[in-house]
Design a protein around this ligand. Structure first.
Ligand code: ATP
Length: 298
């Protein structure tokens, strides 16, 4: 029995090791696959009017699998320089909105425009240059922390990288690691906590300085001091940018220009925090629930 157990256990360890090392490669290929799913239209032009772009979702319908509609006619406008927050239960389709805006997928009906241009009519390169994403789970490459911050703006100088890291409040942490900005991170390097990874993503976004931002808030709660600090940094980054926030904690969205409540692929309520509270509907009960809940997420 023991003779069988040891090799199997050993194989298990090797399997986990290989699987972990492949995870980020895996994620990268997944992203590359997604990029191949959409293609530039013939005659696609560069996205223009990026000084103060308004983003519009117009009656958007989308399904990953034709048998299961995910978005069932979503319309929303993010005015230039403002923040619109999307809230709602898990699986409502919130993150799908951000994937469609970044054009990982093409929608089936309706359209998404930036500064009046249908995103299917512009080059993917110009679209993605205009959008910065702070995702739920930041992919870190098996490379140095400096490379990970500069990813997306490879021409950045070391001074610019450090300036972004300071603004994202990750500089001191980086300086405390064995080789500072040359420290290897990712699956095979130094493992960062959820909050540290988010800060790397914020620094990356600051460096890229795009006119449009997407914040997909992490589902897993950080400790509350960290949480408040990250929210303050995000607010600072979002200043004057056209921003879509996918929120899991209502405390994040209080100041949004508009809050959109989604359920099963539809918008069921919309308005400012105060208006939605006064309405006494779905948002108001979610708010009451979160005020009483220690988890503080939904
Ligand atoms: P959460 O709050 O849990 O992040 P969400 O509202 O952001 O949820 P989405 O991530 O937009 O939800 O997902 C909406 C639905 O689409 C879910 O039921 C999910 O299982 C499904 N879905 C998401 N990604 C894919 C995919 N790549 N292929 C197939 N179905 C998917």
């Amino acid at each position: 029995m023991i003779q069988i157990y040891i090799p199997l256990n050993f194989l298990g360890v090797i399997y986990r090791e290989i699987k972990q090392n492949l995870t980020d490669l895996d994620k990268m290929f997944t992203l590359m696959d997604k990029e191949q799913e959409v293609a530039d239209a013939p005659g696609a032009v560069a996205l223009a009017g990026l000084d103060a772009p308004t983003v519009r979702f117009e009656d958007v319908h989308f399904a990953y699998d034709p048998a299961r509609p995910i978005l069932r006619g979503v319309s929303l406008t993010i005015p230039a320089g403002k923040t619109v927050a999307v809230v709602g239960p898990s699986g409502a389709g919130k993150s799908t909105l951000s994937r469609l805006l970044y054009r990982f997928y093409d929608l089936q009906d309706g359209r998404i425009t930036i500064a009046g241009q249908d995103i299917r009519a512009v080059t993917q390169q110009s679209l993605r240059r205009a959008i910065g994403i702070v995702p739920q789970d930041t992919v870190l490459f098996n490379d140095t922390v400096a490379y990970n911050i500069a990813y997306g703006r490879t021409d950045a100088t070391q001074a610019e990288v450090e300036q972004a890291a300071r603004a994202a409040h990750i500089h001191d942490f980086i300086m405390s690691t064995p080789q500072g900005y040359a420290t290897m991170v990712g699956e095979r390097g130094l493992k960062l906590s959820g909050g540290e990874k988010q800060r790397v993503a914020i620094a990356r976004t600051l460096l890229k300085n795009p006119p449009i931002l997407i914040f997909d808030e992490a589902t897993s709660a950080l400790d509350s001091a960290n949480e408040r600090a990250i929210q303050a940094e995000l607010r600072q980054v979002a200043q004057g940018k056209t921003t879509l926030v996918i929120a899991h904690r209502l405390s994040t969205v209080v100041d949004a220009h508009e809050i959109v409540v989604m359920e099963a692929g539809r918008i069921v309520e919309r308005g400012t925090h105060a208006a939605l509270l006064a309405q006494g509907g779905r948002y108001a009960s979610m708010w009451a629930l979160q005020q009483n809940s220690s988890e503080n997420t939904f």
